[in-house]
Design a protein around this ligand. Structure first.
Ligand SMILES: Nc1ncnc2c1ncn2[C@@H]1O[C@H](COP(=O)(O)OP(=O)(O)OP(=O)(O)O)[C@@H](O)[C@H]1O
Length: 265
């Protein structure tokens, strides 16, 4: 049996008296695109934070490939090939688009002071290879112009900022990509483009992707199956159309105006 790219067994997490996650079990096969949905407060961000080492679960185990990552720091998990994008990319203000993406090349390059003090051919070659990699990713994402000009991040249209942040995550050459609300704040046209980008990433790089988003139409267009969280419990999983027809899923959303689109999807 092939090893899952990422798996969770019986993962639970509490904040004081608040139970954010209860006995979460799931696994992602290599190269698949899966959507994680759930109403506000369902535990989606808490789960991503556990998977990336920002939170430590109270119980359960998380594996990246065959490695048990419980207790590992975020950087160690990132080095195993897990990358994430962020809901809010504003903290990157002040840097150019290309430089933002080059942050993702960190682990492939010697530290900055070494590069500056010892500009030997091997260092130059590593920098050149990383630059080429970033340009190739920018091409795939359709943002080559912004990256070529190294346009300041704060001057970029919002949808392009999301793609640059995605480019940074891809520049790490991940096996697993966790995308935190990739469609939030995007126009309909930008969402369609993001769906195409997600398909392209799967076809070109075979990266396992977990998409966490509120927009059901977006998630079902991009993912082949769904996981549904409600109040910290995984209430449903399976192919998109089957999951959206489940009464428990409709019940979890109905009456919550911000997420009510599932009833119409
Ligand atoms: N740092 C924290 N301290 C205390 N409680 C928290 C913390 N983070 C999350 N929670 C609680 O844990 C539960 C799950 O929250 P979480 O943010 O993971 O849900 P979510 O599905 O990501 O919600 P949203 O879609 O609104 O971002 C909620 O009850 C929330 O209030």
């Amino acid at each position: 049996m092939s090893v899952a790219a990422l798996s969770c067994e019986d993962v639970s997490l509490s904040f004081g008296g608040v139970r954010a996650l209860t006995s979460i079990d799931f696994s992602l096969a290599a190269g698949e695109v899966v959507g994680l949905i759930g109403p506000n407060g369902a535990g989606k961000s808490s789960l991503i934070n556990c998977l990336t080492g920002f939170y430590r679960p109270d119980a359960g185990r998380i594996h990246v490939g065959s490695t048990d990552v419980n207790g590992m720091k975020p950087r160690a998990i990132a080095l195993l090939g897990v990358s994430r994008t962020f809901q809010q990319a504003e903290t990157l203000v002040g840097i150019g688009a290309r430089d933002v993406m080059m942050l993702g090349r960190d682990r492939f390059l010697p530290p900055g002071f070494i590069r500056f003090a010892f500009p030997i051919p091997a260092v130059r070659r590593a920098e050149r290879d990383s630059g080429e990699r970033v340009e190739d990713i920018a091409e795939t994402l359709g943002i080559a112009d912004y990256v070529h000009k190294n346009t300041p991040f704060e001057s970029l249209p919002y949808g392009v900022r999301k793609l640059v942040d995605l480019g940074r995550a891809l520049a790490c050459e991940p096996n697993v990509l966790l995308m935190d609300e990739p469609a939030a704040g995007l126009t309909d046209g930008e969402k369609e483009r993001m769906v195409q980008v997600i398909h392209r990433i799967r076809e070109k790089h075979s990266i396992t992707q977990l998409l966490v988003d509120h927009d059901i139409n977006f998630v079902t267009a991009a993912a082949s199956r769904l996981l549904v969280l409600d109040a910290g419990v995984m209430i449903a999983r399976g192919p998109c159309d089957e999951v959206l027809a489940m009464q428990s899923v409709v019940d979890a959303y109905v009456g919550r105006s911000d997420d009510a689109e599932v009833a119409e999807a």
